[in-house]
Design a protein around this ligand. Structure first.
Ligand code: PDD
Length: 277
């Protein structure tokens, strides 16, 4: 079952209008929210970011926080899988003709949930590979927009090169991954790009920082270069679906001689505790 505009319907019966601006322009915003043991993880933080995205593009939030809670929980009731990934998107809605500017329309709300199988610790411990590319996305990456053509190009590039992620750099500084935030550890300090219009402020990013603080790792929300990343002791990616993933090779260069550093495991363990708290 999926949720579409006030109704729970089987996915094969869920259709949107051909004039929907989500279809014509990618004119919409979205969230991906993990569910662990049937509990929606950090829902209020995701709803807050959703509200920020909606506000930035002038789409009215169709529901109150309480209504969102109710709808999402009702959708989860249709599934028996305890770990899931909720996908929700709101497009501006269907217009009568295609034009770039807009009038007030009725937003289209679509929500689905899929089983989520995070990688196990032994799997993660094998380490993952990434490649770097220039960040050619727009200047409002803080909006979680459904217009994802650049991210799709990066994801396909990663797939074709059989690596986990493309790590992006703009003006000599690492911004984030195509679908994740990026961290490095150097000399017992954790670095990540500060929140700005050049990155998506990840909910997992905040949790990584919270976990790192608990592990007494000092934190600097400061941008760093590709050279810094290649000479780092540890490189991690974070996202709601990947959680915290160690990277041991970027552009064919081994990170820390391909050996996982000591902090990833501690931060990962604390994150697992937060998930089940
Ligand atoms: N993407 N940066 C970008 C560009 C992302 O697309 C994502 C997540 C993140 C991490 O955000 P969070 O920790 O809130 O998941 C950072 C999701 C998972 C996606 O598009 O499917």
């Amino acid at each position: 079952m999926v949720y579409l505009n006030g109704e729970f319907v089987p996915k094969h019966n869920a259709y949107v209008h051909v004039m929907d601006r989500g279809f014509l322009f990618g004119d919409g915003v979205y969230e991906v929210i993990p569910v662990y043991s049937g509990k929606i993880f950090r829902l209020d933080e995701h709803l807050k970011r959703l509200q920020n995205s909606l506000h930035s593009v002038q789409i009215n939030n169709p529901y109150s926080t309480q209504q969102w809670h109710q709808i999402l929980h009702q959708l989860l009731d249709y599934s028996s899988t305890s770990n899931q990934s909720l996908y929700l998107q709101i497009s501006r809605g269907a217009d009568v003709c295609r034009k770039h500017s807009f009038d007030t329309l009725t937003p289209t709300v679509f929500i689905e949930s899929n089983p989520l199988t995070p990688k196990t610790k032994p799997e993660l411990e094998t380490g993952y590979r990434a490649i770097s590319q220039a960040d050619f996305r727009w200047q409002r990456c803080d909006i979680k927009s459904t217009s994802l053509l650049a991210n799709i190009m990066y994801a396909q590039h990663a797939k074709q090169h059989q690596v986990e992620e493309v790590i992006l750099h703009r003006d000599q500084q690492i911004t984030e991954g195509a679908t994740s935030n990026v961290f490095i550890v150097k000399d017992d300090t954790l670095f990540t790009h500060p929140t700005s219009e050049h990155i998506l402020s990840g909910i997992t990013r905040d949790l990584v920082l919270e976990s790192a603080r608990y592990c007494q790792l000092s934190i600097q929300e400061t941008a760093f270069s590709l050279a810094d990343l290649l000479s780092a002791d540890e490189v991690w990616l974070s996202s709601s679906t990947r959680e915290i993933m160690p990277i041991i090779d970027v552009d064919g260069h081994s990170i820390n001689h391909g050996i996982l550093g000591k902090y990833w495991s501690q931060v990962y363990d604390y994150y697992q505790d937060l998930k089940h708290a």
